[in-house]
Ligand binder design. Structure first.
Ligand code: FAD
Length: 396
């Protein structure tokens, strides 16, 4: 392999997307990933229309759509009664409004689409089992310091190493991730004929007191993704490896409407995933090095935008590097947007967990607006899904 123009630290959604953008830009990227294999585990992700425009820019929108499922609606429902608070058309209507489809897909399937495309376009661009621990700047670019004591050198580096990023401590924030007091219970459930008849074909946030659930179909409606977020003070580790008690999960959502209960009845296992928050670093870029994805803007999943924003970051960072030679323009473009999505996610977290009068006061106006002026509800999503990071930022 020739010397890389760019080393990308981390082979998750952000890192693989950035590598594909770099290849499109005519650069030679090298992705280093600390894991020995790209993990096959993971639950579902919603890839918003904003991120599907990045996939289209890379020629991968059809592959992602084929590996996932396009819901007919995006909805919020009152968890206990099942009553619809609002319902926004997705599918073709969403494509017409936002310029791309909204696709729900298993994280592993998305990673596989990205990794396969990278292997086909730049066969030597991914190296597994290499961990970065720090970096330093030098007159020719960046020196990466690796866990085995060796070093790597490149004119530019992207830190795509997730919420626990080893590289971000030099970006103006030393704060560690904090447990948010929320734990996600995640399950993938085969969609039996009975479930298909009961569970609407929509991405649904079911609100409730001190808890909410998110449900949607995956993989051509073969599977249902369940995420139940409960308030729990005792911290739970992140990751796909902590088993949850199905009995406790069913108890937590026993007061919810029939579709939610039925999904949990059919689940054969569930995992617990502690949700962590970390203040964004004060800078996203320092000359020839920048942070993208969760390393740049870790956010709670209440806007379902972490991976989507990671893809936007990847595009904007490579465009900036190619067009200007560094990541200053990337930082200018993405810092404000990342902050806005983070704020919206935190607001949703509070809104989803309403109860009693406060919930009524919060949901009633939305329900009314949804009935009287549905266009106004759709409009609320325009800034997020209608955004096109590839527009005016051509990578060639
Ligand atoms: C319950 C839940 C539901 C979610 N739902 C959605 C959703 O619907 N839609 C959405 O868009 N997002 C969602 N997200 C968020 C989304 O999963 C993340 O934002 C996204 O995966 C971040 O991607 P990333 O590539 O930045 O980081 P990661 O996926 O964390 O990848 C980082 C990679 O870097 C590697 N790495 C780490 N440190 C090093 C190192 N020092 N050296 C080398 N390699 C390293 C890691 O092994 C990993 O492969 C959800 C998250 C949760 C918890």
């Amino acid at each position: 392999m020739s010397e890389p123009d760019l080393i990308i630290c981390g082979g998750g959604i952000a890192g693989l997307t950035a590598a594909l953008c770099a290849v499109k830009a005519g650069l030679t990227p090298l992705v280093i990933e600390r894991a020995e294999a790209l993990s096959e585990v993971g639950a579902g992700l919603q890839v918003g229309a904003n991120a599907m425009k990045v996939m289209a820019g890379l020629g991968l929108d059809d592959a992602v759509t084929a590996a996932g499922h396009t819901p007919r609606h995006l909805e919020m429902r009152d968890g206990p009664s099942g009553r619809t608070i609002f319902s926004v058309p997705a599918g073709e209507a969403g494509r017409r409004r936002w310029g791309a489809l909204h696709v729900n897909i298993r994280r592993a399937a998305l990673q596989q689409v990205l990794a396969a495309a990278l292997k086909a376009r730049a066969p030597e661009a991914l190296r597994l089992g290499i961990e970065a621990v720090d970096y330093s700047l030098n007159p020719d670019g960046v020196t990466l310091h690796l866990a085995d004591g060796s070093q790597m050198q490149a004119p530019a580096v992207l830190g795509a190493d997730g919420i626990h990023s080893a590289l971000r401590h030099r970006f103006g924030s030393g704060e560690s991730p904090n447990y948010t007091g929320h734990t996600a219970l995640r399950a993938l459930v085969p969609a039996s004929a009975e479930l298909r008849a009961l569970v609407p074909d929509a991405s649904i946030a079911w609100t409730g007191p001190k808890r909410h659930a998110v449900t949607y179909y995956l993989h051509g409606r073969d599977l249902i993704n369940f995420v139940g977020v409960v308030e729990q003070s005792e911290p739970v580790p992140e990751g796909w490896h902590t088993t949850a008690s199905l009995e406790k999960a069913r108890d937590a959502f026993a007061g919810f409407a029939a579709p939610v209960r039925a999904i949990l009845e059919e689940a054969s296992q569930a995992r617990r995933w502690g949700l962590y928050d970390r203040p964004p670093p004060s800078r996203l870029a320092r000359g020839p090095i920048a942070l993208i994805g969760d390393a740049a803007a870790p956010m709670p999943p209440f806007m379902a935008q972490g991976a989507s924003f990671a893809m936007e970051c990847a595009w904007a960072a490579i465009w900036s590097l190619k067009a200007t030679g560094d990541f200053t323009a990337y930082e200018q473009a993405m810092a404000v947007r990342g902050g806005r999505i983070l704020e919206a996610a935190r607001r949703n977290g509070r809104f989803f967990h309403g109860s009693g009068l406060a919930a009524l006061a919060g949901y009633a106006p939305v329900r009314l607006a949804s009935t009287l002026a549905p266009g106004r509800i759709r409009q609320r999503f325009d800034w997020i899904y209608g955004h096109d990071v590839t527009h005016g930022k051509k990578i060639k």
